[in-house]
Design a protein around this ligand. Structure first.
Ligand code: ZN
Length: 87
């Protein structure tokens, strides 16, 4: 029996099935991008929930995963992209 891949949300820190999480990465230009496929780069997984995005920033999970400071505009841009990915 095959188990689905599990990942940890960098916002709420809960482990969930990978398909229920959105992968976000920092591309080589240093921009935050939502990755549908496996994209190289530092990144983490997030639920498509505003509170997970917010707490990933507030608790420093996103800065740790991305190895750089997160600006408020990054959060808005990230949320915008996450909404686009899932329609
Ligand atoms: Zn979460």
């Amino acid at each position: 029996m095959k188990h689905p891949p599990m990942r940890t949300c960098i916002g709420c820190q809960q482990i969930d099935e990978q398909r229920r999480l959105v992968r976000v990465v920092v591309d080589p230009q240093g921009e935050i991008a939502v990755s549908g496929r496996q994209m190289p780069g530092r990144g983490g997984y997030l639920h498509l929930r505003r509170e997970c995005v917010t707490s990933a920033v507030k608790r420093g999970g996103m800065a740790r995963s991305f190895r750089r400071a997160i600006r408020p505009m990054d959060v808005e841009e990230l949320w915008h992209q996450m909404e686009k990915v899932t329609g």
